[in-house]
Design a protein around this ligand. Structure first.
Ligand SMILES: NC(=O)c1ccc[n+]([C@@H]2O[C@H](COP(=O)([O-])OP(=O)(O)OC[C@H]3O[C@@H](n4cnc5c(N)ncnc54)[C@H](O)[C@@H]3O)[C@@H](O)[C@H]2O)c1
Ligand SMILES: [Zn+2]
Ligand SMILES: [Zn+2]
Length: 361
């Protein structure tokens, strides 16, 4: 029997989101229905609402979630009803060319549920990142459920489902930050601050946080940044060079997703350094750089999809470190809200008032 639940839908480009009745089918082969307990508001949800990802409206938003498996399809063996899981948007297929070459964190054929959730009138919903978890229940591929220790609060665990994992992974997986490295992080929202935490975890000697908002810089410092630069008032490239003996940082993590901040990242890194783009640009953005500088500065220009994470490896590991007190995932939760408050949470995100608003159900 399909179920009716409440869910947050983005009906059309730039239209306010609405809480609607969502029809959730019973899980078919390879699928699971999850009772969502918490789902963080990520900037990517706002990108969806603004039409910056694609035009497949209406969207069922929300993709940074934890909950309890309610039911599974007939052939599902990895998770069972009652399991506490973090939802991931990389259900590794095991068969694509990336997986076959032993690089499952790039999996090019990750899967989502085959069936669609719909509105009451049968209109199919596009679930944000194949998850759609601003809803009491959601239908996902069973591989999107990663079982973790149930003693962690859902509002905290769920953050690993997207932004916090993307940021920590941008540092430890994509950027390969190592002991003694200098790191600069441009843009200190949830993702950037997680990159600060990841850099510390990896043993960075200096972590320079850059943002245009002093409040964000203060939080970044509390997360472990050793230096801060307000790029509204100070040239960040010069400031980062000054803080690194005139050379630039070994790894610069761009967590905004704009050409001007990418350019700053490009020039703020040392020779043979690494730029990691974890911020998500929109389709109209263009980047122009002297090709000679691309060659002459050497090193690596990388993008970080989901922090190049492997959910089965990284989620339980980071939950473990959190339990031991070696990272504080709770520090990312600014406020907990209800399903009806998502539109307001977007406004607060836009104003820079929050690191993460988390919908708790
Ligand atoms: N690669 C991935 O897998 C992945 C996953 C999640 C989110 N993201 C992307 O990461 C980016 C950040 O997400 P978030 O949730 O942290 O957003 P956020 O809105 O919480 O944070 C963005 C931060 O950037 C700062 N900022 C804005 N313009 C700036 C500028 N010109 N210079 C310096 N700082 C500036 C803001 O003050 C804010 O602190 C978004 O583009 C989001 O879509 C990527
Ligand atoms: Zn694959
Ligand atoms: Zn996200």
């Amino acid at each position: 029997m399909a179920q009716q639940v409440r869910g947050v839908v983005a009906p059309g480009k730039n239209e306010p989101v609405r809480v609607e009745t969502v029809i959730v089918p019973d899980p078919g082969p390879g699928e699971a229905v999850v009772r969502v307990q918490a789902c963080g508001v990520c900037h990517t949800d706002l990108h969806y609402k603004q039409g910056g990802i694609n035009d497949d409206f209406p969207f069922l938003l929300g993709h940074e979630a934890a909950g309890v498996v309610e039911s599974v399809g007939p052939d599902v063996t990895d998770v069972a009803p009652g399991d506490f899981v973090i939802l991931n948007w990389r259900a590794v297929c095991g068969k694509c060319r990336a997986c076959r070459r032993g690089r499952p964190w790039y999996c090019f054929d990750t899967h989502n549920a085959t069936q669609k959730m719909t509105l009451e009138d049968g209109t199919e919903l596009s679930a944000a990142l194949g998850i759609g978890a601003f809803a009491e229940k959601t239908l996902v591929a069973a591989g999107q459920c990663t079982k973790v220790d149930p003693s962690v609060a859902p509002a905290v665990a769920g953050l690993l489902g997207c932004g916090v994992m993307a940021g920590i992974g941008a540092a430890i997986n994509t950027g390969q930050v190592g002991r003694g490295d200098t790191v600069a992080v441009i843009g200190c929202g949830g993702v950037g601050d997680a990159a600060v935490v990841g850099s510390r975890l990896a043993g960075a000697a200096r972590v320079i946080a850059v943002d245009i908002d002093d409040r964000k810089l203060e939080t970044a410092r509390s997360m472990g940044a050793t230096h801060t630069v307000n790029s509204r008032t100070t040239d960040p490239v010069e400031a980062i060079r000054e803080l690194t003996g005139g050379f630039g940082a070994d790894v610069v993590i761009e967590a905004v997703g704009r050409p001007e901040t990418y350019r700053q990242a490009f020039y703020a890194r040392d020779l043979a350094g690494t730029v990691v783009l974890v911020g998500v640009p929109t389709p109209e953005m263009k980047l122009e750089l002297p090709l000679l500088d691309v060659f002459g500065r050497g090193g690596a220009l990388k993008s970080s999809w989901y922090g190049d994470c492997l959910p089965s490896r990284d989620f339980p590991m980071l939950i473990d470190l959190h339990q031991q007190g070696r990272i504080d995932l709770g520090a990312f939760v600014t406020e907990t809200i209800g399903l009806d408050d998502v539109e307001k949470a977007f406004a607060r995100m836009h104003e820079g008032d929050v690191l993460r608003s988390v919908v708790v159900l």
